[in-house]
Ligand binder design. Sequence first.
Ligand code: NOJ
Length: 546
Amino acid sequence: MPSTTPWWRSAVIYQVYVRSFADSNGDGVGDIAGIRSRLPYLESLGVDALWINPWYKSPMADGGYDVADFRAVDPLFGTLADAEQLIADAHEHGIRVIPDIVPNHTSDQHAWFQQALAAGPGSPERERYIFRPGRGPDGVDPPNNWVSCFGGPAWTRLPDGDWYLHLYAPEQPDLNWQHPEVHTEFESILRFWFSRGVDGFRIDVAHGLAKDPELPDLPLLPGPTDGQSRPFAQHPHWDRDEVHDIYRTWRKIADEFDGERAFVAEAWADTPERLAAYVRPGGLHTAFNFDFLMASWDAEDLRTVIDDSLAMLIGVGAPATWVLSNHDVMRHTSRYARKNVARWVPNQRYQPEGDIDLELGTRRARAAALLMLALPGGAYIYQGDELGLPEVEDLPEADLQDPIWERSGHTDRGRDGCRVPIPWSGQSAPFGFSPADASAEPWLPQPANWSERSVEAQTGDETSMLELYRTALQLRREHSALGDGTLAWVEAPAGVLTFRRDPGFLCVVNLSDEPYRLPEHTATLLASGPITDGLLDPDHAIWLQV
Ligand code: NOJ
């Protein structure tokens, strides 16, 4: 690939969920020193960058997405010096670092919110957040009918009578992005970290910052009243056009720094068109493409998602991003482990039905990895994807920590099942996640049979998920057809996806129930499973040189 192509147009970015990656001090929680100690692993895996979930000072009401101080590292994870050292060490290993930034809300322990509580109703301190009197007699009803993404109303009432808005947990009050100080504060935070060497940011809830100043009720809609559906031009708080003004300023700040700093937006948009609006020229660099993650295991569905995403993004000159799993969704090995994989309904928890067949899920996860890594643009790997980790669906209720579990009145187990600490080595828990003499057990219990899936067990085993990823990433670096660019579909029977990338690369994925005879080729570069008599079995994928 020509060196003039910015790195973020084709990067493979590995998501590190800090508390579950590697625990250096034996307290059962992953930390920054743990990440540093595993940089050789990440380099040998072949990733270009790390996206690191929030490491900021936080009471951890939502796994660190409730930030009390954006310029400090939480002692659970280390110190600011540790973060600086990690950034420097990662760069030594040729790996870039992209932390999360959380601009939609702060922790209720943030100095601003504490000042707002102390200053009382009507004070200027309250204007940095969204405080309102209630409705009804004595203001006993919330100011409007908005709902929290974690369940229940999006408003909490204080003893002084005022209500404040929180689109997530009550410990995560929403900031008021109509307040100039909110803008200047975040611009300063960006510069604080850019000048410490970070290569970009993943923007949390990038689609949520702007709210309709009138705070109108959501129209009552037929069907599930999750408050998320958008049959109107502008939702009162999701994906409003005004958010783009913020990101145009942020882009200019990134451009002030050398070394191609880049943003990736966590933006849930209704259509590929609306997603593409985040990455127009002068806006953000990239945005997660969740349509790929939400697709069912179905050739037509996937092809439509791929075509629509590429058309929209290429139309605005931005690269696509592809993602199969992250810390908020059921791991794809388990999603694909049901015969009929349902299409994900946005903003609803994925509740798969039917018997789980992890061998099937693993076969499909291997094929999906080859599909994803062959598509034009960048790709995300969530820690443990490369080990084929399944969702831990049977965590004891007493161990669940995601606020969704409580907020849903114990009807939704939340996201802990994809956040279980990853296995590195050994025959029993903590599987090398914590040192052997650790004083505490991992913060979520690891399944007893995870020794088979550890990095140690898979290293050097050519049939393992880990070696599949390693080889795929190496080929991706070496093959001039892969990474940024375009694709051309090649005719294939229903259920088979075949596309060409120039020069000389063909990817074939068989999602049908029948073996498929491979097209002409000069060499097999990589296959997700054994190939016999030139046939690609169902739920397999292959990379061919043509
Ligand atoms: C999206 C993050 O990925 C999720 O983990 C978090 O709970 C919400 N944003 C709120 O910050």
